[in-house]
Design a protein around this ligand. Structure first.
Ligand code: FMN
Ligand code: SF4
Length: 509
């Protein structure tokens, strides 16, 4: 036996010396493998033994523990007092009232749908953010949709089309159309009216969301690594197996803001009046202004806009995009909210927001900045059992959430995790009710920046309102826009055009 072990080790050592890919193994045959082993288990060792409770990678142990506790209906309270650094710049708090109220979390809903919309949707103010079948396993999709059905909230399909797993439990669906138009595409990759109509009129589909961009990889288009393109996914999306599934970065159906408005009209018509909107991570401010100018020029308004922050998650994305491209949620949301106020149309268009929103206080902060509702992707992944191993792009997800591997996805038991999804949503809204109740409010729509304080860079506590740019209603419609207009409106509003996403010729000169 000993001789056999020695022989195997000897052969491995010889192979190490002669292989040409790993310099470490050529110099340190056999023992060099210890390095690779340690690299492999480093994330787990770090997570279990080294990471502190507040260290955010990207979600802290405390944040994850809160979701796990809420989704299992366990004790989510904490004893002894806060560990938050209250005197650090950027720390925030809610101002409570001497007249607390008792809001009803079941009433935390809003109607989405402008005047052109004949089938407005009564939406929860907290929903499951877009995550496609492909990025997530069939069982994850089934558990999310069943949870959404049990808790009466919405489940966004992500750009991977509507699969049979989305339909099994009848939970409300927001159908996302990325630039690949999966589920409604022609063989050439254009949008197919016929295929769209075949699905969109189903009552389970409540809204249609055109995906312009996503915070973690704006301007890149969707990527589903070849390892995750199973036969079933290839069939659902209408794509070949064994190749990375990459959606184009831009939509083949429109190349100007005006054409985007025409596409919205087309989808609304084909869906027989369901709410149609778009999701974006704000990039170049003039492109966003150009879209708004197209709204003004055509009289076509989306029913909703979802603003995704750069801090948002992804199934797979190039590192540089995840880290350095796109506007974080706070700035993007504020810009979108302010522009709509500035053109006097804020009441007509609902704004959703996503980007590391996981607790009731995160929801309050986001509503205070101008959102009407919030979406969470990774929060609901934690409810499904995700342990933040950050291997979603590899198909080796240890919890069965983000994998197409048949064996691995069996780990996720649908009825159990569906209940957790429902519980996480419910308990978050219960906590939200307690929070806004403490501030003397009865509905999340009453939350404004006046109810929050923030510590500025000098360490002074100021009201959140005083730190924000706020446009007046209709201010951008004035013929004589003054030089006091805030940035980036001052620089780019008059230099953007409804006919192009680019800065106009005149402005470039
Ligand atoms: C696994 C995974 C898959 C995703 N797939 C999509 C997608 O198909 N379409 C999309 O618009 N966003 C997608 N997203 C982004 C989320 O919808 C959301 O915008 C972002 O993660 C912010 O939410 P979070 O911070 O709550 O995760 C995905 C995110 C994750 C984590
Ligand atoms: S457990 Fe890891 S691989 Fe699975 S979904 Fe969570 S982060 Fe992704």
């Amino acid at each position: 036996m000993g001789a056999l072990v020695f022989l195997v080790l000897f052969l491995v050592g010889v192979k190490d010396i002669f292989q040409k890919h790993h310099a470490i193994l050529r110099n340190y045959p056999l023992i060099g493998h210890i390095r690779y082993l340690l690299e492999y288990v480093r994330p787990e060792i770090r997570q279990y033994f080294i990471e502190s409770d507040e260290e955010k990678l990207p979600f802290s142990r405390n944040q994850r523990a809160m979701v796990y506790a809420r989704s299992k209906l366990q004790n989510d309270k904490r004893g002894f007092g806060t560990i938050v650094a209250l005197y650090e710049p950027g720390s925030q708090w809610l101002c409570h009232s001497n007249l607390p109220q008792h809001p009803q979390p079941e009433s935390f809903r809003i109607f989405i749908g402008g005047p052109e919309c004949t089938q407005p949707y009564s939406s929860s103010i907290f929903n499951i953010s877009a995550m496609s079948f492909g990025a997530l396993s069939p069982n994850a999709i089934r558990a999310l949709n069943r949870g959404a059905s049990l808790g009466r909230f919405a489940h966004d399909t992500g750009e991977g089309s509507i699969s049979a797993y989305h339909r099994e439990f009848g939970g409300d669906i927001i159908w996302e159309l990325g630039s690949g138009y999966f589920g409604s595409r022609t063989p050439e990759g254009r949008f197919s009216d016929d295929k769209f109509v075949q699905q969109v009129r189903d009552p389970q589909i409540k809204m249609v969301e055109i995906k312009l961009s996503q915070g973690s990889k704006p301007g890149h288009g969707g990527v589903l690594p070849a390892a995750k393109v199973s036969a079933e996914i290839a069939l659902t999306r209408g794509i070949p197996m064994g190749q990375d599934c990459v959606s184009p970065a831009s939509h083949p159906e429109f190349s100007t803001p005006r054409e985007l408005m025409a596409f919205i009209v087309r989808l609304r018509h084909l869906s027989q009046g369901k709410p149609v909107g778009f999701k974006l991570c704000v990039g170049q401010p003039w492109e966003w202004f150009a879209i708004v100018k197209a709204m003004l020029d055509t009289g076509v308004y989306p029913d909703f806009i979802v603003v995704d922050g750069k801090e948002g998650g992804t199934g797979a994305a190039p590192v540089e995009f995840t880290d350095y491209v796109g506007m974080p949620l706070q700035e993007g949301l504020r810009l979108v909210h302010n522009t709509l106020v500035g053109i006097g149309q804020r009441d007509r268009i609902r704004i959703g927001a996503s980007g590391k929103i996981i607790s009731a206080f995160d929801i309050v902060k986001t509503l205070a900045l101008g959102a009407d509702w919030c979406n969470s992707a990774r929060g609901f992944m934690f409810a499904l059992g995700c342990i933040q191993s950050r291997a979603c792009h590899t198909d080796f997800c240890p919890t069965g959430v983000a994998t197409q591997d048949l064996q691995r996805q069996k780990a996720l038991v649908v009825p159990d995790k569906a209940q957790r999804v429902k519980n996480f949503h419910e308990q978050t809204l219960v906590c939200l009710g307690e929070l806004i109740g403490a501030a003397g409010l009865v509905h999340p729509q009453e939350v404004t920046a006046d109810y929050l304080m923030v510590r500025d860079n000098q360490g002074k506590a100021v009201s959140l309102t005083s730190t924000l740019v706020s446009l007046k209603k209709g201010e951008l419609l004035s013929k004589n826009l003054g030089s006091s207009l805030a940035e980036p409106f001052q620089s780019y509003w008059h230099r953007s055009s409804p006919d192009s996403f680019r800065l106009t010729e005149e402005s470039l000169g």
